[in-house]
Design a protein around this ligand. Structure first.
Ligand SMILES: [Zn+2]
Length: 650
């Protein structure tokens, strides 16, 4: 832990709203002198983290975690040995816990005085441990419970090989506390080591140095020498195999899938080099990936050294590897320079989407990146339309999530509005100046934490007053909706798709020649990637396609039977809004049900259920019936989102 880090931690906690102990830290160190064209009066609230009970008094710097993973009982029995760090060790230390059974707490080898505070449904329960002068270690022995939300236990029947069960964790945003008692806020970083026991025949992996082969006794040791925030703690275990992709990258997956995964992600090494060329060294040693069962709620999770990935991107043509670029980009934006609180989440995600586009541009060329940017713009417009009606405040880049689940901020605002803002900054100052600025930013603040206002100060150091005003920085960051100067991404490849959509919508589906009239020759579509097909399907939807039009499209391109989950999900989402008259309902309903009971990725299943719930009573009852069946196989995060969706449609 270096000096700057200690200073920052002290200032992070100095004004914490949850501080309930006497505050012995000094006032925050003054931020480096730069010109700030905006309003600086918000500084007093900068380091306020409304999502952790931990306080400034005592801060951890290292974890040693010993765990026994019991697949039969679906619990983890563990001991967390926390080393205290920083200068300001007070007379107590506070950890975040949620749904953990605390068995014993020791301080410096002796039984400690400790108690659990009042529980909160969102934040869990503070664990307060009393300290004496000179104490350096707190050892907490505990068990997880059936309610531990970060843990998803997956029965053997639902894995590819059906031989062994599977476990994976998802700690972001505030779920690390459901499997490790910790100071669960992005503002606290620590290194860690671990020793984990799993059933024999399984491989265990963490966001750390990893084994590539199964051990005889099911015991594995891990080391993470770089300091990380708690939301990047991760564990996965199952029947896994490894294939090396390059000097410092590889992929873990079930043996049935690992070869396909290695093919799909074969450009990873190239992406790492391109990313380093753009924004400086990759600081984490190896970059490996773990392919999870299909119930994983996200596309990917940027656990350092070991990105967790949905299997739904393995489609055989490498067209969805922008997801790898995204998770890899987090090795700089997010993991290296981290949002200080979840209110600053756009600093993690907006930067990462921007960086992802730049990697894709470097690897696949500008035409490809243009498509991704256009899709990002579409996503943003779609979500904005809803959000501006339902919750306009949530459309600001800088969020106020006090009392709310930080998961609520996982919207197109942080990702796509954030991206477009940074794109506009790039266009305004020019790519050369912008790249040098970002490279310097990542280097200066590596392994540190930033709030929005600190980034803005840096930005003010880069821009002239005129450039600052041209961009309209404050309106972008603090204003609602999308400023009028948002860059509009044009894509040549999508232009062709849009023409094809117009052609289809221009015919009458009843015309006996309609099918051949709108058929696109193979020499056009053979080069189409997933993105073009998505644009096509969304174009039909936006253009008011009738069931007849959809039937024509399906007859020509076989969307219903597509092996590509992105295409299938977009297709069902569109079709389920119609009465799908003319499609064989029996076959169709089976396919929808089979998709929804196997795939748990929120991006796919939430819009599909939403489409069904827009239908008549019969359709709604059908949605409820499928959800009842599928719910147990979904991750708690997907369950939460869907429970809310169904409650809204009561
Ligand atoms: Zn991300």
């Amino acid at each position: 832990m270096n000096r700057n880090f200690t200073l920052l931690v002290a200032s992070v906690f100095a004004v914490g709203a949850l501080t309930n102990c006497q505050n012995t830290t000094e006032a925050p160190a003054p931020v480096a002198e730069t010109v700030f064209y905006g309003d600086t009066s918000v500084r007093a609230e900068l380091f306020d983290d409304p999502h952790s009970y931990s306080t400034a008094e005592s801060v951890v710097s290292r974890l040693y975690w010993e765990a026994d993973v019991d697949f039969e009982k679906q619990i983890i029995r563990a001991t967390a040995l926390w080393t205290l760090g920083g200068k300001s060790i007070g007379d107590s230390i506070v950890f975040d816990t949620k749904d953990l059974k605390i068995k014993q707490v020791k301080v410096s080898g002796l039984p400690a005085q400790w108690h659990l505070g009042k529980s909160d449904a969102l934040l869990g329960t503070p664990l307060v441990v009393m300290l004496n002068q000179g104490d350096k270690e707190v050892v907490i022995t505990y068990e997880t419970s059936a309610e531990s939300e970060a843990l998803q236990w997956y029965p053997a029947e639902l894995t590819q090989g059906k031989r062994m069960p599977f476990l994976f964790t998802q700690s972001q945003a505030i779920l690390a506390r459901t499997w490790v008692p910790c100071q669960d806020r992005p503002g606290v970083r620590f290194t860690y080591g671990a020793k984990v026991k799993v059933p024999k025949g399984m491989l265990a992996l963490m966001s750390a140095s990893n084994p590539t082969q199964k051990s005889e006794d099911g015991i594995y040791e891990f080391s993470m020498p770089q300091p990380i925030p708690s939301y990047l703690l991760a564990l996965g275990a199952g029947d896994l195999a490894f294939i090396e992709l390059g000097e410092r990258s590889g992929v873990y997956a079930e043996p049935e899938m690992v070869r396909n995964a290695a093919f799909e992600f074969s450009q990873t090494e190239d992406m790492i080099s391109r990313a380093e060329y753009l924004y400086g060294p990759y600081y984490w040693g190896r970059y490996d990936m773990l392919v999870l069962p299909p119930s994983f709620p996200f596309g990917g999770m940027e656990n350092p050294r070991l990105t967790f990935l949905t299997p739904t991107v393995i489609v055989g043509d490498m067209s969805l590897t922008s997801l790898i670029a995204h998770e890899l980009a987090h090795s700089w934006s997010g993991n290296l320079v981290t949002n200080a609180t979840w209110n600053d989440f756009w600093l993690n995600e907006g930067f990462t989407v921007y960086f992802e586009m730049r990697i894709m541009d470097a690897v696949y060329g500008p035409d490809f990146a243009d498509m991704l940017e256009a899709l990002s713009y579409d996503d943003l417009q779609r979500e904005l339309a809803v959000m501006l009606e339902e919750d306009p405040d949530a459309t600001r880049l800088k969020q106020n999530l006090e009392g709310r689940n930080p998961d609520d901020a996982v919207t197109a605002i942080a990702y796509d509005k954030g991206f477009h803002f940074l794109k506009l900054c790039e266009q305004t100052v020019g790519r050369e100046r912008w790249d040098a600025f970002l490279k310097g930013y990542f280097d200066t603040y590596k392994f540190k934490t930033r709030v929005t206002e600190e980034f803005l100060q840096e930005l003010a150091g880069l821009m002239t007053q005129e450039e600052w005003n041209t961009v309209g920085v404050e309106e972008w960051v603090y204003g609602k909706g999308l400023p009028a100067n948002c860059p509009f991404p044009a894509s040549n490849r999508f232009y062709i798709v849009d023409e094809a959509v117009k052609m289809l919508l221009g015919v009458s589906p009843e015309d006996p020649d309609a099918k051949s009239m709108v058929y696109l020759e193979q020499d056009v579509t053979i080069r189409w990637t997933t993105h073009e097909w998505l644009r096509y399907i969304r174009g039909l939807e936006a253009g008011g396609a009738t069931v007849g039009h959809y039937r024509l499209a399906d007859a020509n391109y076989g969307f219903t039977g597509s092996p590509n989950p992105e295409i299938v999900a977009a297709w069902y989402t569109a079709i389920l809004k119609t009465d799908f008259e003319g499609f064989d309902p029996k076959v169709y309903e089976e396919k929808v049900e089979s998709f929804l009971t196997t795939v748990g990725r929120r991006k796919f299943i939430v819009p599909m259920y939403a489409s069904m719930l827009e239908g008549d009573e019969k359709r709604q009852a059908w949605a409820k019936e499928i959800y009842a069946k599928a719910r147990p196989s979904y991750h708690p995060l997907s369950q939460q989102t869907l429970d809310q969706l169904f409650a809204d449609h009561q």
